[in-house]
Write a protein that binds this ligand. Structure first.
Ligand code: NAD
Length: 402
């Protein structure tokens, strides 16, 4: 770690989640003195031009003044990673199917990683990531920000204290508007689905709350609207998961909802245990605005919102679980650097592995993130095979049920 105790950050992506959550978080951490230099690697120069207008100075890959606005540079992230100093973290915010090459390039030279959920799309890739990360003692956090939502932490806390008893069943719903599949994710909607992109949040939430592993699942999907509008993708997907204790959790997802909804995402969760129940609407959290500009809006104060800053007059503080999840990754990595500062490599490796072991129970490190990967992978197998059951073994290997 450098003498200034700051972490350098490289963000690879530059799309919606980068602009709305990751970069505001990273630059807030920079303002607070925890982050040093910021670099951003994108596919095309026009994204860098747009980001220049939104954020303070950063190192640019590709620099549009040299490389132009529209030519694609799909491998430039490798150069950006090679140039990231040792005290650095790579934040991966590329489309779901393009996480693995970026993670592996970072692991290869020993850089810590924060990756948007899902870690990757295939169990085999997750296992490879686990193996390298464990052997080298590298921190790879999947940003399952719902783990930081107090509404989900509350369910975990009560369940782990035994107040809900043993789990019986539950369901969750998470649905987004048509512009997600048709516009925001137009380049990769056909390679993903509303379940793989957002439904997996609730599969992870059930695992985070209960600690249970999945036993088998069956998935369904409909192609009624998107294929007629130029996208060979599922409109909606539903997945029923049976867990190792016999409890059952149903997750309903879509990305063809009405664009005039009262907030971007319909979402919530219900759980029933032998001793109690949990019920939470994660969209309508008991407050709304009605304005001339936007009409009626449900307002989730917990996710990622701007409030008048306490310490920087005239500026804003980004507050919420979207912020906390990424900030936790940066703080964890900072802790690892501080604890290993000045050690020889063998001692530093042992120390990193010890710290990672301590963090394993609560964080979306690869040993936990593989559960969401396996559920996504199994969901895709099941739905593409006309809704066959897919079973999981203890190592999260998946296969069709006999
Ligand atoms: N934590 C969450 O709740 C949450 C929410 C939204 C998205 N996500 C995840 O974040 C990731 C990105 O989502 P998004 O909403 O920003 O998608 P997006 O499509 O808006 O952005 C992806 C960006 O990656 C860029 N890209 C593609 N290939 C690249 C390459 N080789 N090098 C550099 N950049 C490249 C694209 O040009 C695009 O700008 C996805 O995995 C998604 O599932 C997570």
């Amino acid at each position: 770690m450098g003498s200034d105790n700051k972490i350098d950050v490289l963000v690879v992506g530059g799309g919606m989640i980068s602009k709305e959550v990751i970069l505001p978080t990273v630059f807030q951490e920079q303002k607070q003195g925890r982050v040093g230099n910021v670099s951003i690697s994108t596919l095309t120069g026009d994204i860098i031009t747009e980001l220049r207008g939104m954020f303070p100075k950063f190192t640019e890959y590709p620099n549009p003044d040299i490389y132009g606005e529209t030519e694609r540079y799909p491998d430039m992230f490798k150069e950006a990673i090679r140039n990231l100093p040792e005290n650095g973290v790579v934040i991966v915010a590329t489309p779901d199917h393009l996480h693995t090459p970026v993670i592996k390039a970072a692991l290869e030279i020993g850089r810590h990683v924060i990756v948007e959920k899902p870690l990757c799309l295939k169990v085999a890739e997750a296992k490879e990531i686990i193996e390298i990360a464990n052997a080298k003692g590298i921190y790879v956090l999947t940003d399952y920000h719902k783990r930081h939502d107090r509404s989900i932490r509350a369910a975990r806390y009560k369940f782990r204290r035994g107040e809900l008893g043993e789990m019986l069943h539950g369901h969750a719903w998470i649905e987004e508007p048509k512009y997600m599949a048709l516009n925001v994710f137009k380049d990769w909607a056909e390679k993903s689905s509303s379940f793989e992109y957002i439904g997996v949040h609730y599969a992870d939430a059930y695992y985070f709350v209960t600690g249970l592993k999945p036993k088998r699942l069956v998935a369904f999907g409909q192609k009624k609207f998107l294929p007629k509008n130029g996208k060979d993708a599922y409109d909606a997907n539903q997945v029923t998961i049976e867990w190792e204790d016999g409890s059952v959790f149903f997750i309903q997802t879509s990305w063809v909802n009405n664009e005039k909804n009262s907030s971007m995402t319909n979402q919530g969760m219900q759980l029933l245990g032998t001793m109690g129940e949990y019920w939470a609407d994660h969209k309508a959290r008991g407050m709304h605005f009605v304005t001339e500009e936007k009409g009626y809006e449900d307002y989730n104060p917990n996710f990622f919102k701007q409030y008048d800053s306490w310490d920087f007059p005239g500026e804003v503080d980004n507050v919420g679980y979207g912020y906390e999840s990424i900030a936790q990754g940066i703080n964890d990595i900072s802790r690892i650097f501080e604890a290993t500062d000045g050690m020889n490599e063998a001692d530093a490796l042992a120390k990193r592995q010890e710290i990672l072991k301590e963090m394993e129970d609560t964080r979306g490190l690869p040993g936990q993130a593989i559960v969401g990967v396996a559920i996504n992978n199994a969901m895709r197998m099941s739905v593409d095979a006309g809704s066959k059951f897919v079973v999981f073994d203890d190592e999260m290997n998946i296969s069709f049920q006999d």
